[in-house]
Write a protein that binds this ligand. Structure first.
Ligand code: ADP
Ligand code: MG
Length: 241
């Protein structure tokens, strides 16, 4: 579904991604893990087109993602849902309005159509009863579930998550991980930047371990956790467990 070929991304003198290649197949749940500053967010943002790569290519379903081919590029980007650490909900809009907005503006859905879809996904994340609430009146876990529902309203083919539970109080982490786990069970392709090693091990199918802008390991989850190959991964795991 996604093929990343030899991408490089620099911020001035800093090489945030150095020759990164990665393939993600349909239905896979890939956990992107690694130390802080290793390039996880940058990789995810490059895949989603929030950052432009300096070198290399990204393909979606076998087709090149080329920012110069604006219309097609936009369509390709719309097939990916992105969930941020800090939710990025619009505070001046209700939960329902947050979910409706891009459907109306980007997919040209009617308000009725959008609302119907929004309610379906709010129901799915257990928050239909909060449709008229404003984000500031929700808990962190609820906000993140709304953000996930909002992304799903666009009917993405895959979902990208950047530390979706890192800003949450511990008691709210589980409710968000449960929603993600359900999504995975329904066959959603996902790339998840996470520090939740339990999730990576039990729910994720594969681990991609990044360090200093390079993919150091790329292996099935169980293999990665039970038998990491590189010293860097071993060192990382010894610090988180
Ligand atoms: P991670 O998500 O693994 O913590 P990031 O992808 O955010 O790492 O960052 C990788 C490196 O790139 C870090 O050294 C970070 O400081 C740097 N970086 C990320 N975004 C920017 C930016 N917009 N401008 C300058 N440097 C950045
Ligand atoms: Mg990050």
């Amino acid at each position: 579904m996604i093929k990343v070929e030899h991408i490089r991304k620099n911020f001035g003198q800093l090489h945030a991604l150095k020759d990164v290649s990665l393939e993600v197949n349909q239905g896979e749940i890939v956990s992107l893990i690694g130390p802080s500053g290793s390039g996880k967010s940058t990789l995810l943002r490059c895949i989603h087109g929030l950052e432009k790569v300096d070198q290399g290519k990204i393909y979606m379903n076998g087709e090149l993602m080329d920012p110069k081919d604006e219309k097609k590029y936009r369509q390709q980007r719309n097939k990916m849902g992105f969930v941020f650490q800090h939710f990025n909900l619009f505070p001046n809009m209700t939960v329902l309005e947050n979910c409706n907005l891009a459907q109306i503006q980007v997919l040209n859905r009617s308000k009725e159509e959008a609302e119907k879809t929004s309610l379906t996904y709010l129901e799915r994340v257990g928050l239909a009863d909060k449709k008229d609430a404003y984000p500031n009146n929700l808990s962190g876990g609820q906000k993140q579930r709304v953000a996930i529902a909002r992304a799903l309203c666009m009917n993405p083919e895959m979902m990208l998550f950047d530390e979706p539970t890192s800003a949450l109080d511990p008691e709210m982490i589980k409710e968000v991980l449960e929603v993600m786990k359900d999504l995975g069970k329904q066959g959603m392709t996902m790339i998840v930047v996470t520090h939740e090693m339990g999730f990576a091990r039990k729910v994720g199918s594969r681990v991609v371990f990044l360090d200093h802008g390079e993919i150091v390991e790329d292996s099935p989850s169980e293999e990665f956790f039970s038998n990491p190959q590189s010293d860097r991964a071993k060192d990382f795991l010894s610090k988180v467990f």
